[in-house]
Design a protein around this ligand. Structure first.
Ligand code: GDP
Ligand code: GDP
Length: 454
């Protein structure tokens, strides 16, 4: 069906694809060892443990696409947070706070064999403050007899405790049914209106200048405090008018509040970063121009690229860059920023305000690329020429041919190649490079997948 439509011509090329509604976000929150990971695995239908990392090692991915009763949603998993990574009550609360901010609804997991602890009570307070819908999971109710333990959790004041055994699967259906009832159909968080303000995340390692940049931008521009029509916005976000248009800077509360982080600081910073990126359409990755790109910078770059969001790179603290540093920097950019060669770069100083006006044009370029759709006809005439000039190398006496291609989606641009055989990664990268040369795509990742047909 699909193939015939492609061969027949370009049906839906010249109008934009409808903007996909962002999936609602369900977060699983609770103390360490209450069974969050076990529950996440059960919901995702996975057997292997989610937690495969060494404690203390940053895990980038915290949310997964999931489905229940025909509904798609994003599941935010905080279960990999080992007790000894943070170890203290305050950190459980911090973790919960990040997850709650990110979510449209929350499953709060309590270990019914232990009952409600002081830490649980702290999380309950956060949940109340957030006003988000909560479903209470009384976990480790492995038998009918144990259901009395669940009943005791009415005392938390969160409504009916759902008795569940994440380990055996008991009660998880009812829990998920309740969660689906609580979860809005359309996310309040990723709400993207094509004509509404664009959503920007400022990301970067601690001390790179995020809060300085935000403050400078906020002071020199109008901060919109009233609700503009149709704009859904979290209290943690800020609406700032730049060049006559409102922009939403997401998760700015996390930037403004200087949290004292001790153990697990990296993990916490990384979770924040992921939370912000997931809510944004474009990420500004801040790097400190006065020092070398670090491993932590690289991790942040990777999570932005993996997220599929548009990207702008801002080299901050440019006031500290002298001639010598500048020469090194060029070489470092070649060496360290290979993953995002295609991102627009701006050199700025959050301290002096120098070149901050370059930010909006760069954001616009990146977002335009992110939204770009190449008509199938143009794509195929370009590829036809490319492939006849540079055919895929012959492997084992066979030469895979690319039959045709289509752009499956935008935000970011995703391409599907239909081919007669396996297309080597090297050749895919070659195609990506030529696509970029031909069509630009400055500031957006692009994805190329291959479907093999006989
Ligand atoms: P997390 O730290 O909250 O992610 O907790 P885990 O999912 O890692 O679970 C902690 C421990 O509790 C593990 O040993 C699990 O096997 C166990 N556990 C999880 N769910 C249940 C349950 O429903 N019943 C019982 N008896 N044990 C469970
Ligand atoms: P954050 O942790 O990323 O929010 O970083 P901050 O905004 O708190 O900045 C960390 C430090 O770098 C502070 O001492 C800032 O004054 C300093 N800083 C931020 N931007 C600049 C800049 O453009 N130039 C210089 N020289 N210092 C800066």
């Amino acid at each position: 069906e699909e193939d015939r439509a492609l061969l027949a011509g370009d049906h839906d090329d010249d109008h934009d694809a409808p903007v996909p509604a962002p999936l609602p976000v369900l977060a699983i929150v609770g103390r360490p060892n209450v069974g969050k990971s076990t529950l996440v695995n059960r919901i995702l239908g996975r057997r292997e443990a989610v937690v495969e990392d060494t404690p203390g090692v940053t895990r980038d991915r915290v949310s997964y696409p999931a489905e229940w009763a025909g509904r798609d949603f994003m599941l935010v998993d905080t279960g990999g947070w080992e007790a000894d990574v943070l170890g203290i009550d305050a950190s459980v609360a911090q973790q919960a706070e990040v997850a709650i901010n990110l979510a449209d609804a929350v499953i709060f997991v309590v270990d019914s064999t232990v009952g409600a602890t002081a830490t649980d009570e702290r999380v309950v307070r956060l949940l109340r403050q957030s006003g988000k819908p909560v479903v209470l999971c009384a976990n480790k109710v492995d038998s009918f007899k144990a259901e009395a333990d669940a009943t005791a959790l009415w005392s938390l004041g969160l409504g009916e405790p759902y008795p569940v055994s994440a380990l055996h699967g008991r009660g998880t259906g009812d829990l998920l049914d309740a969660a689906m009832k609580a979860l809005p159909r359309i996310s309040e968080h990723g709400t993207v209106r094509p004509d509404g303000p664009r959503r920007v995340a400022l990301v970067g390692r601690p001390n790179v200048g995020k809060s300085s940049l935000l403050n400078k931008v906020a002071h020199e521009n109008r901060v919109v405090v009233d609700d503009t029509a149709g704009t859904t916005r979290d209290p943690v976000d800020e609406l700032i008018e730049l060049k006559g248009r409102p922009w939403i800077f997401v998760d700015t509360a996390g930037i403004r509040r200087r949290v004292h982080m001790m153990k697990g600081a990296d993990y916490y910073a990384s979770l924040r970063t992921v939370a912000a990126i997931e809510k944004a359409e474009v990420a500004v990755i801040l790097l400190d121009a006065s020092t070398t790109v670090s491993e932590q910078d690289q991790r942040i770059i990777s999570s932005v690229v993996d997220s599929g969001r548009a990207v702008v790179v801002a080299f901050n603290k440019w006031d500290l860059v002298d001639e010598d540093r500048r020469r090194f920097l060029d070489r470092e950019i070649e060496r360290d920023l290979g993953q995002i060669q295609w991102a627009p770069r701006v050199n700025v100083s959050a301290r002096t305000g120098w070149h901050l006006d370059k930010l909006v044009p760069a954001l616009d370029r990146a977002l335009t690329s992110w939204d770009t759709r190449i008509p199938t006809g143009r794509l195929n005439s370009f590829l036809g020429e490319l492939v006849s000039g540079n055919p895929h190398p012959v492997r084992g006496g066979k030469q895979p041919r690319i039959l045709f291609a289509t752009q499956a989606s935008t935000r970011p641009p995703r391409f599907v190649l239909f081919a007669t055989g396996f297309i080597e990664p090297g050749y895919r990268r070659f195609i990506e490079r030529r696509l970029r040369e031909e069509f630009g795509f400055e500031g957006t990742p692009i994805e190329i997948s291959v479907r093999v047909r006989e």
